[in-house]
Design a protein around this ligand. Structure first.
Ligand SMILES: Cc1cc2nc3c(=O)[nH]c(=O)nc-3n(C[C@H](O)[C@H](O)[C@H](O)COP(=O)(O)O)c2cc1C
Length: 310
């Protein structure tokens, strides 16, 4: 996308793993992406790409309510990955087949076999890339998330990569001791890009009841409050891997997006920001990026990627 300010042209196109984006904003997984209709609305609001809800092999109801709480500086959710299962969901994805905006299929599984199966099904239905959501419990490790174990991350990534022909993005959880070793494991498994970060584990207690509010007790914190955590993760990952990074966590303005890009991200995803600023947020963030680039004398977004490291 080129916008003209006086005589200055500002180029905010970007590329991730060979996929060209007209602008660096993407819809994050889990927000307004349960059906083709809502994804189409986001596409019409100028998102550069959209990521589907994380889909598993079988339908899942998710946790009972309460599942989402709005807090002062962010949103706490424990949805429990509700989704209709790959068979049903593919009907939604097929409706977006002719979309010029790239659609990225997010998948989660309890083991390597499930990730491979889901990856192949998503590819068959025409997505441009896969996003592996590793923030789900591993079948054999009693509640430990798949993405906490570098060996498992490398194994799942390389196994899916061998079986599909589309690029693979690996989405990392910040709830680990050392996110760098997980990112390196994804790169060694031949991931095409890293997406950082998923939600940060958190809890809210109801004083009257003396109990956690969420039915699952523990939830994932997202929104404005987690931006510094996301920026730090992207910065650390960019220092240690060579594949592109997509920054996510608390992006609500063009300034937030540019911080991620300067930290090393090639694009950003927006999730909770849709609640704060409405579905027009993609357009608004792009205009703000362009204004800031002009103010700081940048002409191409790609020349800003990682400048904070120099
Ligand atoms: C209600 C809700 C549902 C989410 N569902 C998913 C999901 O299905 N898969 C996934 O990888 N991330 C999911 N996420 C995490 C977001 O994609 C994103 O990583 C996180 O919210 C941080 O970005 P944000 O601050 O822009 O929301 C969800 C987040 C929220 C708030």
């Amino acid at each position: 996308m080129y916008l003209t300010f006086g005589v200055t042209l500002v180029d905010i196109t970007t590329k991730i793993a060979g996929i060209r984006l007209k602008n660096p904003t993407m819809l994050a997984s889990g927000i307004m992406d349960e059906d083709a209709g809502s994804m189409q609305r986001i596409i019409e609001c100028d998102a550069g790409a959209i990521v589907t809800k994380s889909i598993g092999l079988n339908a899942r109801e998710g946790y009972p309510n309460p599942t989402v709480i709005e807090l002062n500086h962010g949103i706490l959710n424990a949805m429990g990955l509700p989704n209709p299962g790959i068979e049903q969901y593919c009907q939604e994805i097929r409706q977006l087949k002719n979309s010029k905006t790239p659609v990225i299929g997010s998948i989660y599984g309890a083991n390597t076999r499930e990730f491979i199966e889901l990856g192949k099904r998503m590819e068959d239905h025409g997505v441009s890339a896969l996003e592996l959501n590793l923030s789900c419990p591993h079948a054999k490790s009693y509640g430990l998330e798949v993405g906490c174990d570098p060996k498992l991350v490398q194994e799942i990534t390389s196994s899916v990569k061998e079986k599909v022909g589309i690029p693979i993005f690996v989405k990392l959880s910040p709830n680990v001791t050392n996110i760098i070793e997980i990112a390196i494991a994804a790169e060694e498994g031949n991931a095409d890009a890293i997406v950082a970060i998923n939600t940060v584990k958190g809890m809210k207690i109801d004083l009257e009841l003396g109990k956690p509010i969420l039915s699952n007790k523990i939830g994932g914190y997202s929104g404005k409050a987690i931006k510094p955590i996301g920026i730090r993760c992207v910065y650390e990952i960019a220092k240690n891997v060579d594949i592109p990074i997509v920054g996510v966590g608390g992006v609500t303005t063009g300034e937030d997006a540019l911080e991620y890009i300067m930290a090393g991200a090639s694009a950003v995803q927006i999730g909770s920001g849709v609640y704060y600023r409405g579905i027009d947020i993609f357009k608004k963030v792009c205009v703000e990026i362009e204004q800031l680039m002009k103010a700081y004398g940048y002409k191409k977004l790609t020349e800003i990627i990682g400048v904070a490291h120099t």
